[in-house]
Design a protein around this ligand. Sequence first.
Ligand code: GLC
Length: 581
Amino acid sequence: MQRGLLLLTLLSFLVLCFKTGYGQPGTSTASGKKWWKEAIVYQVYPRSFQDSDGDGIGDLKGLLSRLDYLKSLGITAVWLNPIYSSPNDDNGYDVSDYRNIMKDFGTMADFDALLKGLHDRGIKLVMDLVVNHSSDEHEWFKQSRSSRTSPYRDYYHWWNAENGKPPYRYSLFDVAHDAWKYDSLTNAYYLHYFSQKQPDLKWENPKLRQEVYDIMRFWAEKGIDGFRLDAFQFVAKDTTYPAFPEGFEKSFVQYYAMQGNLHGYLQEMNKEVLSKYNVMSVAEGAGNSFTDAHNLVDENRRELNMAYAFEGVDIAKPAGYSLLHFKEVFSRWDSAFARSGWLSVFLANHDQARMVSRFGNDSPKFREASSKLLNTFILTMRGTPYCYNGDELGMTNAGFEKIDDFRDVQTLNEYRHVKNTGGDVQALFRRLQATSRDNGRTPFQWDSSANAGFTTGKPWIKTAANYRRINAASQEADPNSCLNYFRRLVQLRKENTDVLVYGNYTLLDKTNPAVYAYTRKDEGQTMLIVLNFSSANAQTRPGLNLSRAKLLLSNYKEAPLVGKEKTTLILKPYQAAVYKL
Ligand code: GLC
């Protein structure tokens, strides 16, 4: 009797496994094929992409004039950083009107033309949605601060000063890193996790949430294809605003992320907006654990489609990083999402220094090879790849020599903070040269004419000095350039969706300190990817089955050499290769 029960339990377990695809290669993800899983996203930082009117600031007309370039890359979606009205304290991440276009960028007619131009070319558009905070110049905030009884008071977080000073909270961009700013008008403090001009919106207020859903509907009705939810892991707050435990004053992700009813808000947003349109959604930040990330993106929860987890992109420090660590992190995240949920794969964006300067080697000798290698990684992993504009050319860090060259609020306020507190300004400056977000925000390097063809005026931020050597025009003509290699990679991913998007990932040669090798495999085929992350020749450990290996792509003219045993590959510095096995 008992044995019968045991058999029955075992049988139902097996049926369940079969149904859920547990233990089947890549089944749970493959069965849920979606356009946004197959998308190749290219991020455009509009302020620095192309200026059309000579004011030194990139704009929508400029971007419009470059759509054929985007099409030529083969990418299938664009993520556009914020283009809404903004006083630009944080380059558009401080929105003063969510239904209008920033004056510097153009008009709504320009936006409509842009959306049409992208769609005509088969490219989708993902908009940045910045609703953890607004600008202090938004009408809501003006009303909110005007009086304690304003109907907008509860759109933001206020702490009345007669209750004393609120417990300290960390602010990322504030000069004093203090998230509470005193406002004498109503004798109260308001909360700002970012700069003083970015007051946090109060998601706990259902009226505010409805306002946001209306804004989302406005853009979804226009026909956009997705939302990138800026800093969204922080929107829900513990409105008792408890102090962080001693010693954890800077641990803002730990104490700010995934608070309160965040998942309730997301489910509401999904029901009210996301589920009604064919739009994809991606959250910036994925909390503190795999559980947090799964809770955001697992399909059965009806919240978001994917998230960006930062652990991977945070590995590179100014002093370097270890490839073993890199492999471990990306493999761990992959396996945690192999059966449910979906992630983004990226090594750079507008909040990071340049990919090749951080993860590769930007010396003239290795810049090309290493930037091609990094793109090979991004475009052969499971998860939706996000490629940052300029990385297809191997653009490097800015090389700024003076603090006056920097423009970013975070960079400048950190500098002021260290200066005000008597810290080591020189040491900070050296760190900023390597890490400042402005490194990734210099004008796009189109050609070797003045200001790299970005503007006929004075650019809002200096162009990187190497633009005469590194630019799109010169790379167009060279079949082996970073640009043309990027196009081949994009093509390869698009032609091999089953294996490169949905197939299983397996790390090989785990302890090899120089080579990252892995396979991607679906029912029909296996691909082998080998990447030498070092500046010397390196070899994979014996054991690869290369008997039927066919080289599909390599960033060197010569294929990697096959070792004597016929089961190893010898790679040149930063050599990358993709094989069909
Ligand atoms: C996100 C954006 C960043 C911005 C911040 C505040 O991290 O990516 O650029 O400064 O949010 O909106």
